[in-house]
Design a binder for this molecule. Structure first.
Ligand SMILES: C[S@@+](CC[C@H](N)C(=O)[O-])C[C@H]1O[C@@H](n2cnc3c(N)ncnc32)[C@H](O)[C@@H]1O
Length: 217
Protein backbone atom coordinates (compact mmCIF):
# COMPACT_ATOMS: atom_id res chain seq x y z
CA UNK A 1 0.00 0.00 0.00
CA UNK A 2 0.98 3.65 -0.43
CA UNK A 3 1.40 6.05 2.47
CA UNK A 4 1.20 9.56 1.02
CA UNK A 5 2.57 12.53 2.97
CA UNK A 6 4.22 9.85 5.07
CA UNK A 7 6.61 12.06 7.01
CA UNK A 8 8.80 10.11 9.40
CA UNK A 9 6.42 7.15 9.24
CA UNK A 10 4.39 7.46 12.45
CA UNK A 11 1.20 5.40 12.13
CA UNK A 12 2.57 3.51 9.14
CA UNK A 13 1.48 -0.15 9.20
CA UNK A 14 4.33 -2.63 9.62
CA UNK A 15 2.31 -5.75 8.85
CA UNK A 16 2.23 -5.26 5.08
CA UNK A 17 4.29 -3.99 2.16
CA UNK A 18 4.32 -0.19 2.20
CA UNK A 19 5.82 2.45 -0.07
CA UNK A 20 5.97 5.94 1.40
CA UNK A 21 5.61 9.13 -0.66
CA UNK A 22 6.97 12.25 1.02
CA UNK A 23 8.07 15.54 -0.60
CA UNK A 24 10.35 16.73 2.20
CA UNK A 25 13.91 15.37 2.22
CA UNK A 26 14.17 16.46 5.86
CA UNK A 27 11.18 14.31 6.80
CA UNK A 28 12.42 11.37 4.70
CA UNK A 29 15.74 11.56 6.52
CA UNK A 30 13.93 11.19 9.86
CA UNK A 31 12.47 7.83 8.93
CA UNK A 32 13.86 5.18 11.25
CA UNK A 33 16.01 2.32 10.00
CA UNK A 34 13.71 -0.49 8.94
CA UNK A 35 10.85 1.85 7.97
CA UNK A 36 9.24 1.35 4.57
CA UNK A 37 11.18 2.86 1.65
CA UNK A 38 10.22 6.42 0.79
CA UNK A 39 10.29 8.24 -2.52
CA UNK A 40 10.06 11.97 -3.20
CA UNK A 41 6.64 12.89 -4.49
CA UNK A 42 3.58 15.05 -3.93
CA UNK A 43 0.03 13.89 -3.47
CA UNK A 44 -1.17 16.10 -6.31
CA UNK A 45 0.94 14.22 -8.89
CA UNK A 46 1.57 10.65 -7.81
CA UNK A 47 4.06 8.88 -10.08
CA UNK A 48 2.00 5.72 -10.47
CA UNK A 49 -0.38 4.23 -12.99
CA UNK A 50 -4.09 3.93 -12.37
CA UNK A 51 -4.94 1.05 -9.97
CA UNK A 52 -1.22 0.48 -9.31
CA UNK A 53 -1.51 -0.30 -5.57
CA UNK A 54 -3.82 -2.33 -3.34
CA UNK A 55 -4.62 0.58 -1.00
CA UNK A 56 -3.57 4.13 -0.15
CA UNK A 57 -3.52 6.12 3.06
CA UNK A 58 -2.89 9.74 4.08
CA UNK A 59 -2.51 10.59 7.74
CA UNK A 60 -2.61 14.14 9.19
CA UNK A 61 -1.31 15.53 5.93
CA UNK A 62 -4.10 16.72 3.58
CA UNK A 63 -4.16 20.19 5.22
CA UNK A 64 -0.53 20.61 4.07
CA UNK A 65 -1.27 19.87 0.41
CA UNK A 66 -1.44 22.64 -2.16
CA UNK A 67 -4.69 21.10 -3.42
CA UNK A 68 -6.43 18.55 -1.21
CA UNK A 69 -8.98 17.93 -4.00
CA UNK A 70 -6.27 17.08 -6.53
CA UNK A 71 -4.33 14.94 -4.05
CA UNK A 72 -7.37 12.97 -2.97
CA UNK A 73 -8.35 12.33 -6.59
CA UNK A 74 -4.81 11.04 -7.15
CA UNK A 75 -5.03 8.64 -4.18
CA UNK A 76 -8.31 7.32 -5.57
CA UNK A 77 -6.82 7.00 -9.06
CA UNK A 78 -3.79 4.93 -8.07
CA UNK A 79 -5.53 2.61 -5.56
CA UNK A 80 -7.50 -0.37 -6.81
CA UNK A 81 -8.72 -0.93 -3.25
CA UNK A 82 -9.57 1.32 -0.31
CA UNK A 83 -8.27 4.83 0.34
CA UNK A 84 -8.10 5.85 3.99
CA UNK A 85 -7.63 9.45 5.11
CA UNK A 86 -7.07 10.46 8.72
CA UNK A 87 -7.81 14.13 9.36
CA UNK A 88 -9.51 16.59 11.70
CA UNK A 89 -12.92 18.25 11.75
CA UNK A 90 -11.84 21.31 13.69
CA UNK A 91 -15.35 22.50 14.53
CA UNK A 92 -15.60 19.43 16.80
CA UNK A 93 -12.61 20.35 18.97
CA UNK A 94 -13.36 20.61 22.70
CA UNK A 95 -15.33 23.80 23.40
CA UNK A 96 -12.59 25.23 25.64
CA UNK A 97 -10.00 24.89 22.84
CA UNK A 98 -12.29 26.60 20.34
CA UNK A 99 -12.64 29.41 22.89
CA UNK A 100 -9.14 29.76 24.35
CA UNK A 101 -7.20 28.99 21.17
CA UNK A 102 -9.56 30.89 18.87
CA UNK A 103 -6.86 32.87 17.03
CA UNK A 104 -5.07 29.60 16.20
CA UNK A 105 -8.25 27.80 15.21
CA UNK A 106 -9.12 30.71 12.90
CA UNK A 107 -5.74 30.29 11.14
CA UNK A 108 -6.14 26.52 10.88
CA UNK A 109 -9.77 26.35 9.72
CA UNK A 110 -9.19 27.42 6.10
CA UNK A 111 -6.41 24.81 5.76
CA UNK A 112 -8.68 21.86 6.56
CA UNK A 113 -11.10 20.70 3.86
CA UNK A 114 -14.61 19.95 5.12
CA UNK A 115 -15.15 16.23 5.71
CA UNK A 116 -17.97 16.19 3.14
CA UNK A 117 -15.57 17.62 0.57
CA UNK A 118 -12.96 14.97 1.42
CA UNK A 119 -15.61 12.28 0.95
CA UNK A 120 -16.77 13.81 -2.34
CA UNK A 121 -13.22 14.10 -3.68
CA UNK A 122 -12.58 10.43 -2.94
CA UNK A 123 -15.86 9.24 -4.37
CA UNK A 124 -16.92 5.61 -4.36
CA UNK A 125 -18.62 4.29 -1.26
CA UNK A 126 -17.40 6.46 1.57
CA UNK A 127 -17.88 6.15 5.32
CA UNK A 128 -16.63 8.48 8.03
CA UNK A 129 -15.62 7.23 11.46
CA UNK A 130 -15.10 9.38 14.53
CA UNK A 131 -11.98 8.35 16.44
CA UNK A 132 -11.93 9.07 20.20
CA UNK A 133 -8.85 10.75 21.68
CA UNK A 134 -7.66 9.04 24.87
CA UNK A 135 -6.99 11.27 27.88
CA UNK A 136 -3.37 10.14 28.04
CA UNK A 137 -2.81 10.36 24.26
CA UNK A 138 0.96 10.27 23.66
CA UNK A 139 0.80 12.15 20.37
CA UNK A 140 1.23 15.87 20.90
CA UNK A 141 -1.40 17.48 18.60
CA UNK A 142 -3.30 20.06 20.59
CA UNK A 143 -6.58 18.16 20.91
CA UNK A 144 -4.56 15.43 22.66
CA UNK A 145 -4.51 17.74 25.70
CA UNK A 146 -8.30 18.00 25.93
CA UNK A 147 -8.24 17.12 29.67
CA UNK A 148 -4.70 18.39 30.37
CA UNK A 149 -4.92 22.13 29.57
CA UNK A 150 -1.84 22.91 31.69
CA UNK A 151 0.30 21.14 29.09
CA UNK A 152 -0.33 23.95 26.59
CA UNK A 153 1.44 26.39 28.93
CA UNK A 154 4.65 24.43 28.29
CA UNK A 155 6.67 25.92 25.39
CA UNK A 156 8.12 22.48 24.61
CA UNK A 157 4.61 21.06 24.10
CA UNK A 158 3.62 24.02 21.91
CA UNK A 159 6.89 23.72 19.99
CA UNK A 160 5.72 20.38 18.59
CA UNK A 161 2.39 21.83 17.36
CA UNK A 162 2.33 23.50 13.94
CA UNK A 163 -0.52 25.89 14.83
CA UNK A 164 1.75 28.16 16.88
CA UNK A 165 4.05 28.76 13.93
CA UNK A 166 1.06 30.36 12.15
CA UNK A 167 0.70 32.97 14.92
CA UNK A 168 2.74 36.04 15.87
CA UNK A 169 4.60 35.68 19.16
CA UNK A 170 2.37 38.26 20.90
CA UNK A 171 -0.76 36.36 19.87
CA UNK A 172 0.71 33.11 21.20
CA UNK A 173 1.49 34.87 24.49
CA UNK A 174 -2.04 36.27 24.65
CA UNK A 175 -3.50 32.75 24.31
CA UNK A 176 -1.13 31.35 26.92
CA UNK A 177 -1.94 34.19 29.38
CA UNK A 178 -5.67 33.72 28.82
CA UNK A 179 -5.43 30.02 29.58
CA UNK A 180 -3.07 30.49 32.53
CA UNK A 181 -5.44 33.08 34.07
CA UNK A 182 -8.44 30.77 33.68
CA UNK A 183 -6.53 27.90 35.28
CA UNK A 184 -5.22 30.05 38.17
CA UNK A 185 -8.64 31.54 38.89
CA UNK A 186 -10.41 28.16 38.73
CA UNK A 187 -12.59 29.37 35.86
CA UNK A 188 -11.37 26.60 33.54
CA UNK A 189 -12.19 23.92 36.12
CA UNK A 190 -15.58 25.46 36.93
CA UNK A 191 -16.58 25.33 33.28
CA UNK A 192 -14.68 22.34 31.89
CA UNK A 193 -13.35 20.44 34.91
CA UNK A 194 -15.72 17.52 34.25
CA UNK A 195 -13.43 16.61 31.35
CA UNK A 196 -10.71 15.63 33.82
CA UNK A 197 -12.90 12.68 34.87
CA UNK A 198 -13.41 11.41 31.30
CA UNK A 199 -11.28 8.62 29.77
CA UNK A 200 -11.84 9.55 26.13
CA UNK A 201 -13.06 12.52 24.14
CA UNK A 202 -15.04 12.21 20.92
CA UNK A 203 -13.75 15.30 19.20
CA UNK A 204 -12.20 16.21 15.90
CA UNK A 205 -10.44 13.05 14.72
CA UNK A 206 -11.97 11.58 11.57
CA UNK A 207 -11.19 8.53 9.47
CA UNK A 208 -12.59 8.85 5.96
CA UNK A 209 -12.68 5.49 4.20
CA UNK A 210 -13.39 5.17 0.51
CA UNK A 211 -13.98 1.63 -0.73
CA UNK A 212 -12.94 0.84 -4.27
CA UNK A 213 -15.52 2.02 -6.82
CA UNK A 214 -17.17 -0.81 -8.76
CA UNK A 215 -15.11 -0.08 -11.86
CA UNK A 216 -11.82 -0.47 -9.92
CA UNK A 217 -10.08 -3.74 -9.14
C1 LIG B 1 2.04 16.49 9.96
S1 LIG B 1 3.05 15.59 8.84
C2 LIG B 1 2.32 13.99 8.94
C3 LIG B 1 3.28 12.91 8.61
C4 LIG B 1 2.75 11.47 8.78
N1 LIG B 1 1.70 11.16 7.82
C5 LIG B 1 2.28 11.21 10.18
O1 LIG B 1 1.08 10.99 10.37
O2 LIG B 1 3.10 11.25 11.10
C6 LIG B 1 2.50 16.18 7.24
C7 LIG B 1 3.36 15.72 6.10
O3 LIG B 1 2.77 16.09 4.85
C8 LIG B 1 3.82 16.36 3.95
N2 LIG B 1 3.34 17.13 2.78
C9 LIG B 1 3.29 18.48 2.62
N3 LIG B 1 2.82 18.79 1.40
C10 LIG B 1 2.55 17.62 0.76
C11 LIG B 1 2.05 17.26 -0.53
N4 LIG B 1 1.69 18.19 -1.43
N5 LIG B 1 1.92 15.95 -0.83
C12 LIG B 1 2.25 15.00 0.07
N6 LIG B 1 2.74 15.27 1.30
C13 LIG B 1 2.89 16.56 1.65
C14 LIG B 1 4.83 17.11 4.81
O4 LIG B 1 6.10 17.17 4.22
C15 LIG B 1 4.78 16.32 6.10
O5 LIG B 1 5.72 15.30 6.12
Amino acid sequence: MLNVGAGAGSYEPNDRWVLAVEPSATMRAQRPAGAAPAIAGRAEALPFDEDAVDAAMACVTIHHWESAQAGLAELRRVSRGPVVVFTFELEALPAWQLEFLREGVAKELPRFPAIDDVAAALGGQVRVESIPTPGDCVDGFFEAFWRRPEALLDPAVRGAQSVWALLDADVEQRIVDRLADALDSGLWDDQHGHLREQANFNGALRLVISEAPDDHG
